[in-house]
Design a protein around this ligand. Structure first.
Ligand SMILES: [Zn+2]
Length: 266
């Protein structure tokens, strides 16, 4: 028992020394929440897009006796939990591979507008909503990642409920009804609060009835990317979580599949 006690003390010291050396004190520790939906045949894409396709190439025991599985997938960039890189609506904007990682990792601010959305599914988040959040939780810190909790995540993956229509094709776009971020609020977040990125639990950062996509245009003109179809936002606190959003590194991509997680404050 005594020997074990000494061994444990030694171990603790070694771990503490290693942590200090690696600068691990600054790395957030806490519960990790997955903010990405899985990609499968049910994953929601824009009505004009085909969905995610997974083709099985191998799933068998080989002649040599080992098991081997390998698939092939095909997907539009913009569907499921994904990132819009600035290039999506800006010819000079950064493509997804060129986004600095520092811009994709940061302090989360979660703005809950689900009460307003519950009575108006075409709701647009405006500056007063953001100011209301600030009255309760303090000023949105510079370089935050602002996530809009509309409550639409509860509707996933029911297309009709989530998008407002389960029709497909160009004519279905006019039937989209879901909340989004108003262009004025996008402008305010970029210029007055210098946010790194914004995210939302709907199919688009512009609301479903938008025809000019001015929130996309506004954000991307300033190099601020958007995360769309973000999952599990109701599991995050209003502030205190850290977001890590790492997209597939598609050379020249206008966006792409996004694995996004939050680390809750411990
Ligand atoms: Zn997109």
């Amino acid at each position: 028992m005594k020997a074990l006690g000494i061994a444990c003390v030694t171990f603790v010291l070694v771990v503490a020394t290693a942590a200090a050396t690696a600068g691990a004190d600054s790395f957030p520790h806490g519960t990790i929440v997955d903010l990405s939906y899985a990609y499968d045949a049910e994953t929601i894409f824009w009505p004009t897009e085909d969905g995610f396709k997974l083709e099985r190439e191998h799933a068998e025991v080989t002649e040599q006796g080992y098991y081997y599985a390998a698939n092939k997938f095909c997907t539009p960039e913009h569907g499921g939990t994904h990132i819009d890189a600035p290039r999506h609506f800006n010819a000079e904007g950064k493509t997804v591979d060129a986004l600095p990682l520092e811009q994709l990792i940061g302090d989360a601010v979660v703005v809950d507008v689900s009460a307003a959305v519950a009575v108006a599914r075409d709701y647009q988040v405006r500056v007063p909503d953001l100011r209301t959040w600030e009255s309760a939780h303090g000023r949105i810190p510079r370089h935050a990642i602002v996530l809009l909790l509309t409550g639409f995540g509860k509707r996933w993956p029911d297309r009709a409920s989530y998008l407002g229509t389960d029709e497909r094709g160009a004519d279905a776009v006019a039937k989209l009804h879901f909340p989004g971020l108003h262009p004025d609020a996008a402008r305010w977040l970029v210029s007055e609060r210098e946010v790194k990125a914004v995210g939302i639990d709907t199919a688009s950062i512009d609301y479903g009835q938008s025809t000019s996509f001015q929130t996309h245009v506004t954000l991307f003109a300033q190099g601020v990317p958007a995360f769309e179809n973000v999952a599990n936002l109701d599991r995050l606190p209003a502030r205190g979580a850290t977001v890590i959003a790492l997209p597939m590194k598609i050379r020249g991509g206008s966006g792409g599949p996004l694995r996004i997680v939050a680390i809750l404050p411990s």
